[in-house]
Design a protein around this ligand. Structure first.
Ligand code: GLY
Length: 420
């Protein structure tokens, strides 16, 4: 029997709550910590911010923690490099490997140089040149801020005015600060979307589930892009040979070239000309994780630790086992999200949910004297599992209807009409 492990999960979103929920079930776990966590992970929380790299290293070293990084910000700061220098076993990409997510310019150039299929693009430092180029495409383009923007740095435009406004807000108004020094202006392509997660050890790759995220704020895919309003898994927009094709033609070449280790998220568009990569992320998706993790039957902790510590990595870690059930996760949000939100409202109804075993993953919540209060834009992700997407969708909305707080908002069409 292997020695039990202390685990530190870095982050404070629904993805980290889902990881904590899964890892808590592992027979290999000794103590679990989440830094800084949220109301749902309250019993495990430690007061170290996710961007406090020195604080995280000190805590992980002192408590001998196997460390998993949830969000992109600490990855962009090189937390994995610093943890490893401190002798801590950490799962996630180095700062350089995380560039696949943290710089859209780097990622697009990497794809172009390595024959990874992706929409055509140009990079601009000068907003006037970016607008001129978008005008030449009648504004039918996608504008992306180069750096991190909490999932809000992508603007899908349909006319010259929309494109010019997006470029102006990124490069002139600097709504994302230095992340907007450069923009990518990308060809707008049509198709269905899917997110494919892969677990990578620097050489080898194993699929870690697929999902369809719903990024737009409003029903029928209207309104601004958000961090994600809900997801279902597996992605019925992908055929089984699409998954294999993506692993062989996109993920493996990327991992081998960059020696990427950690979770690699590939955002795909399935077009009539085949798969195209819209984005890479150096981490699991949120809310995709809240839909994917409940379908994982294998012991995640044992798998990740074995991949992180054995020389052979994935080759000797064995297969991951997945449930055949379908999951659907709906994000419940504060009024005003993805812009300015008011928080501090008590969340009501959690203690009287009647449905059978829903999973409620907290994002922007705090716990005070046994009660939960809103503390962010995305507040709760409710997930249910069922034999079909239709049943999972019905199940999840019956739970969502039992939870409330002042100004609560959610989409009513997660799971769509494309029921598999
Ligand atoms: N759901 C999109 C993301 O995690 O980036």
């Amino acid at each position: 029997m292997r020695e039990k492990l202390n685990v530190l999960i870095v982050g404070s979103g629904g993805r980290e709550h889902a990881l904590a929920w899964k890892i808590k079930q592992s027979p290999l776990l000794s103590r679990l910590f989440v830094a800084p966590g949220n109301g749902g992970t309250d019993e495990f929380n430690v007061p170290v911010r996710a961007d406090d790299v020195a604080g995280l290293c000190k805590f992980a070293q002192r408590n001998r923690c196997f460390t998993l990084i949830g969000p992109e910000m600490p990855l962009s700061l090189g937390v994995v490099d610093r943890l490893r220098e401190a002798g801590v076993v950490a799962f996630g990409p180095t700062k350089e490997q995380a560039l696949l997510e943290t710089s859209k310019v780097y990622a697009k150039r990497f794809m172009a140089e390595n024959d990874i299929p992706t929409p055509s693009f140009q990079v601009f430092d000068d907003p006037r040149e970016a607008i001129e180029f978008s005008d030449s495409k009648e504004g039918n383009v996608v504008i992306k801020a180069d750096g991190l923007a909490s999932g809000k740095g992508v603007f899908v435009c349909s006319n010259k005015e929309e494109a010019a406004k997006a470029i102006h807000s990124i490069q002139v108004d600097k709504i994302f600060g230095d992340s907007g020094q450069k923009v990518v202006v990308e060809e707008k392509i049509e198709g269905k979307e899917a997110s494919l997660m892969a677990l990578c050890d620097g050489k080898d790759v194993v699929e870690f589930g697929t999902a369809v995220d719903h990024k737009r704020l409003l029903d029928n895919n209207r309104g601004p892009n958000t961090g994600g309003m809900g997801a279902y898994s597996p992605a019925n927009t992908l055929q089984s040979n699409d998954v294999d094709r993506c692993i062989q033609k996109i993920v493996k070449p990327t991992v081998r070239k960059t020696k990427f280790s950690g979770f690699l998220y590939t955002g795909l568009m399935i077009t009539k000309n085949g798969l195209k990569v819209l984005e890479f992320n150096g981490r699991l998706g949120d809310p995709e994780t809240q839909a994917i993790i409940p379908r994982l039957k294998s012991d995640l902790l044992s798998y990740l630790f074995s991949v992180s510590t054995s020389v052979e990595g994935i080759k000797t870690a064995g297969n991951l086992e997945w449930s055949k059930l379908v999951s659907c996760c709906v994000m419940m949000c504060s009024e005003g999200y993805p812009y300015k939100v008011e928080t501090g409202y008590q969340i009501l109804g959690l203690d009287r949910i009647r449905s059978d075993k829903p999973l409620i993953f907290h994002s922007g919540t705090v716990k005070k004297e046994g009660k939960f209060y809103t503390s962010g834009g995305r507040v709760l992700g409710v997930t249910t599992l069922a034999n079909s997407l239709k049943a999972a969708k019905e199940g999840v909305y019956s739970v969502v209807s039992q939870i409330e707080w002042q100004g609560e908002k959610h989409r009513s069409d997660i799971g769509g009409t494309n029921w598999g």
